[in-house]
Design a protein around this ligand. Structure first.
Ligand SMILES: *Cc1c(COP(=O)(O)O)cnc(C)c1O
Length: 413
């Protein structure tokens, strides 16, 4: 370790000082908009200079319930004063309730609590491989999992190993074998990639980081039928699409299917705490025996209490229905914008995207201009602006946002 960097006092620093300190001391693995946020409430955020912003990212859909939801806050504070961590070496009086409420809500039979989304993905891959060997009889170390091009499932070595994004992969090898990549939304390619050793298909119902890419109608129904016929575990990564984001509890409902394994994270805590879970039929998670998988913080009582409150407000306060309703309205308003820069507007529920023509000069410029007008949105894959406000958004707030978005889309050349 080097000697500590210069003494710093964190007080009322100007925004430029925060940026300089982050730049000097932090790993540069992000390139954020230069806005220093200090407070949030519902769909609104405030920066250190007191300027207010409409949040159109919701921390990548982790804050579906709105910033600092009072009921989740209350549950968190109450539990934090009582018991926070026991490890799974002992039991706690919150985990069973979370299991019960999550199982009831999602129709799952077995649940594995983890912390980050990437950990839920890793856990599902481990379980499905083991299931392949023990239940399906796949020869040792031969299990294959099929994934899709342009996928985003997180940042661990195994996961970036089957990413098709060069930025996510380059320089991080060697990678784990056992994955096959097929184009997203292409049923024939999926069918052709299956071998007797295929144990699972890991896929996002709608690809979020790829730019809100919605597969062709009927794709998942056919995938579901084939997975059933060939005894392949369908693993839907609903870490971003789940918990109301697309206007239904889970995005799988849009095609009337049920995954064998569903991954949730992000909004499972309403943005208060890193919590994720693998939800499964009884068979796949059933293969895990004591000692074969775990996490010090996974299933801790603080996480469970927070998740229980986050799920409760999502359902009881009608946020899923509101996502469908306001999402439809927001989409219609965006489709009404007449701007040469726009190539396509798409979305489901409050998971929306405006894709710009490549000649428009990049989405980042538009996000900077939106920021000037009090809207925080994130560009993805150069040409797409993602719009995903918290699910508590009202029609009036969307109208206000459109008064800002319309001139930016029509005014920048
Ligand atoms: C965010 C995300 C992940 C990874 O979650 P982390 O908590 O960042 O590890 C995985 N899959 C999808 C679809 C995501 O959007």
């Amino acid at each position: 370790m080097n000697a500590p960097a210069s003494h710093v006092t964190i007080g009322d620093l100007p925004a430029s000082d925060f940026i300089e300190m982050e730049h000097r001391l932090g790993a540069h693995n992000y390139k954020p908009l230069d806005v220093i946020l200090t407070r949030g409430e519902g769909v609104w955020l405030w920066d250190v200079d007191g300027k207010r912003y409409f949040d159109c990212l919701s921390a990548y859909s982790a804050v579906n319930q709105g910033h600092c939801h009072p009921k989740i806050l209350e549950a968190m504070v109450r539990q934090a004063g009582k018991l926070t961590l026991t490890s799974r070496a002992f039991r706690n009086d919150q985990l069973a309730y979370l299991y019960e409420e999550l199982a009831e809500l999602t129709g799952s039979h077995k649940i594995l609590p983890m912390n980050s989304g990437a950990e839920a993905v890793e856990s599902a891959i481990k379980a499905v491989r083991k299931w392949g060997y023990e239940v399906r009889g796949v020869p040792e170390d031969q299990a294959e999992v099929i994934v899709c091009s342009d996928n985003f499932h997180g940042r661990t070595i195994a996961i970036v190993g089957f990413s098709t994004d060069p930025t996510a992969r380059q320089g991080f090898g060697p990678f784990a074998p056992g994955f096959k990549v097929v184009p997203f939304g292409d049923y024939a390619a999926f069918e052709a990639a299956i071998t007797p050793n295929t144990v699972g298909f890991l896929v996002e119902p709608i690809q979020g980081e790829a730019g809100v890419v919605i597969p062709p109608e009927g794709y998942f129904r056919k995938v579901r039928e084939l997975c059933t016929a060939r005894n392949i575990t369908l693993i839907l990564d609903e870490i971003q699409t789940g918990l109301g984001r697309t206007g239904t509890l889970l995005a799988e409902e849009h095609e009337g299917i049920e995954a064998d394994v569903t991954l949730v994270g992000k909004a499972l805590s309403g943005g208060f705490y890193p919590i994720s879970a693998v939800l499964s039929n009884s068979e796949v998670l059933g293969v895990l025996k004591p000692g074969q998988h775990g996490s010090t913080f996974g299933g801790n009582p603080l996480a469970c209490a927070v998740a229980r409150a986050a799920l409760k407000v999502l359902v009881e306060e009608g946020m899923i229905e509101n996502s469908a309703k306001q999402g439809g309205y927001f989409l219609e308003r965006l489709r009404g914008v007449r701007a040469n820069a726009i190539r396509e507007v798409r979305g489901r529920g409050l998971m929306l995207a405006v894709e710009l023509h490549p000649e428009a000069g990049g989405a980042r410029r538009y996000c900077e201009a939106l920021r000037q007008r009090g809207i925080l949105a994130k560009d993805t894959h150069d040409h797409t602006i993602r719009l995903a406000p918290p699910l508590v958004v009202t029609r009036e707030q969307i109208d206000w946002a459109m008064d800002q978005i319309d001139p930016v889309l029509t005014g920048l050349h």
